[in-house]
Every structure is written in structure tokens, then in C-alpha cells.
Design a protein. Structure first.
Length: 290
């Protein structure tokens, strides 16, 4: 009889434990998350710093790069047009460091995502309930392929790494297996390029990187930052009672976002002719919910 009682107790404990584990898994699986995805669209409208449609500057040429991955350092939901930068709901802030001197984005510990990939997943309970009209994204880095005209007259494809964050601490950068040592802070506009095992690097002019901000008058951003601003078409509300995941897709315009000065007026990027990179900034942001 004692043996039967012992077996019954063990069976009961195991059953309760199994139920507890199942409930934990169910609760974990049912928790609603905020999921932020990235999208790169070469057909999306091309905007200037004030958030208005613009064409390529006279004397320049441009192309739409094929972006493979991107990094952001800050994401904020803003309730209205007068919400100052930092006064909204900050849902993400990347790592920063003073290893290179002044405070800078820590590139080695940055978060990356590709086209139609998830950049961030956090519990919705960690996001303040409210209604939001705008999203601000401080971009840090983008990497993708561009075409260029070589001195021999042939067109090749190379990989461009562009640092658009306000300041970036970089130890090393790997492009297609080629390691570029930097070990320093680099301001907005620093770039590196790789093709066929050959690498180069340079710096775009100060203030040349386009950062679309339709709230320029009511909510300006610091000079030299890359806080791109976009409007939710019908607003975005978090009730605090969500039971399902909410997916926000950040669609960035890459429409002729790589721009250079023309020496040979042929619309082709020709670095051997002395054509200089002047702009690598993204050309607009449209956020979509679900």
C-alpha cells in the first residue's frame, strides 16, 4: 500500500509539473510583441531634408543602390508634430562608446537587419500605451551594391559601406572577406568600398548627407545626426491590452540615394575620373502597421 501511495504521489507531482511547464510555455507564447521590420524601396518617393520631393542636384548624378543590410541606433514614436526629439516613446537605443574619444555609435556591437527582415522584437508591455503620429529612426549604417565605370570602360559592381550616424567608432569592417582596419571615430559621411578584393575609403563633405525630416519647423533634429522622420498614414495606437503581435514595417526610400559629382556627364559613377561621393543618405521613411 505504501508503494502504491508513493507511486501515486510521484505521478501527481509529475502531472502538476507538466501542467505548469505547459502553462508557462502558453503564457510566453501568447505575450504580444512589438516587431519592427526594415524594408528598402528604390521606387519610393525621393525626398530632401525638408521631407519634400526633390530631384538630383544639377551637376550630380545618382543611382539606387541594392541595400543588403542596415543598422539603426535609435527608434522613437512621437505623439504629434510638436514632440521634441527624445520626448516621445523611445523603443530602442543602440550601444555607444567613448573608446575613440568623443561619444560614438559602437559599430562592433550594432544591430543589423536586411530587407524584409526583423530588426527588433520587444514585449508590447514595455511600450507606453498611447497614440502616435510619427516615427523617428536614427540611422547608423547601410551596406549594399553599386555599379561603377572603370578606367578600362567596363562596368563593375562593388560593395559600399556608408556610415550615416552622427559619429561612429569602428575597429574593423569586413566587406566581402576584405578586412578594413579603422580603429577610430568617424563622423557622418565616412564610407568604404570593395570590389574584386580592392578596397578604398573616404569621407563625404560635412552636412552633405540627406536626412528627411518633414517636421523641420516644429521638431528640428541636431545637425550631423541622421534621424529620419516618417508619418503613420492613419496614426498608430497602442492600447496596452494587445493579445497579438504588432508589426511595424519601416520602409526607407533608396531612390537615387547614392549621389556623386559628375566629371563625365554620362550618368555613371566613375571614381577613376575623379567623381566624388557627396551623398549616401536615405531618401524618406514610410512606416506601415501590420
Amino acid at each position: 500500500m505504501k508503494a502504491l501511495k508513493w507511486i501515486f504521489c510521484i505521478s501527481l507531482i509529475s502531472s502538476l509539473s507538466a501542467c505548469s511547464d505547459a502553462n508557462d510555455e502558453t503564457n510566453s507564447a501568447s505575450e504580444a510583441n512589438l516587431i519592427i521590420q526594415l524594408k528598402f524601396d528604390p521606387t519610393q518617393e525621393r525626398l530632401g531634408n525638408l521631407g519634400q520631393p526633390v530631384s538630383v542636384a544639377e551637376g550630380n548624378a545618382a543611382q539606387s543602390p541594392s541595400i543588403s543590410r542596415m543598422s539603426a541606433n535609435y527608434i522613437e514614436f512621437a505623439p504629434n508634430t510638436y514632440t521634441a526629439l527624445g520626448a516621445g516613446e523611445v523603443v530602442f537605443a543602440g550601444e555607444e562608446t567613448t573608446s575613440g574619444g568623443a561619444n560614438a555609435i559602437d559599430f562592433q556591437n550594432a544591430r543589423f537587419a536586411g530587407n524584409n527582415e526583423t530588426f527588433l522584437t520587444i514585449p508590447l508591455r514595455d511600450v507606453r500605451a498611447g497614440s502616435y503620429e510619427w516615427v523617428r529612426v536614427s540611422l547608423a549604417y547601410q551596406e549594399g551594391e553599386i555599379d561603377f565605370l572603370a578606367e578600362n570602360g567596363n562596368v563593375y559592381t562593388g560593395t559600399l559601406a556608408s556610415f550615416v550616424g552622427y559619429n561612429n567608432y569602428i575597429t574593423t569592417l569586413d566587406l566581402n572577406g576584405s578586412t578594413i582596419a579603422v580603429n577610430a571615430n568617424k563622423l557622418q559621411g565616412f564610407w568604404a568600398f570593395e570590389t574584386l578584393g580592392y578596397t578604398a575609403q573616404g569621407q563625404a563633405p560635412e552636412g552633405a548627407t540627406t536626412v528627411p525630416n518633414p517636421l523641420f519647423d516644429s521638431s528640428p533634429i541636431p545637425q550631423g545626426s541622421c534621424v529620419v522622420t516618417g508619418a503613420f498614414e492613419n496614426g498608430f495606437t497602442i492600447s496596452g491590452e494587445e493579445t497579438k503581435d504588432v508589426v511595424v514595417t519601416l520602409s526607407f526610400s533608396t531612390n537615387n540615394s547614392f549621389e556623386w559629382t559628375e566629371v563625365s556627364a554620362d550618368g555613371m559613377y566613375e571614381p577613376s575620373a575623379g567623381e566624388q561621393v557627396v551623398d549616401m543618405g536615405l531618401r524618406g521613411l514610410i512606416p506601415f502597421v501590420n
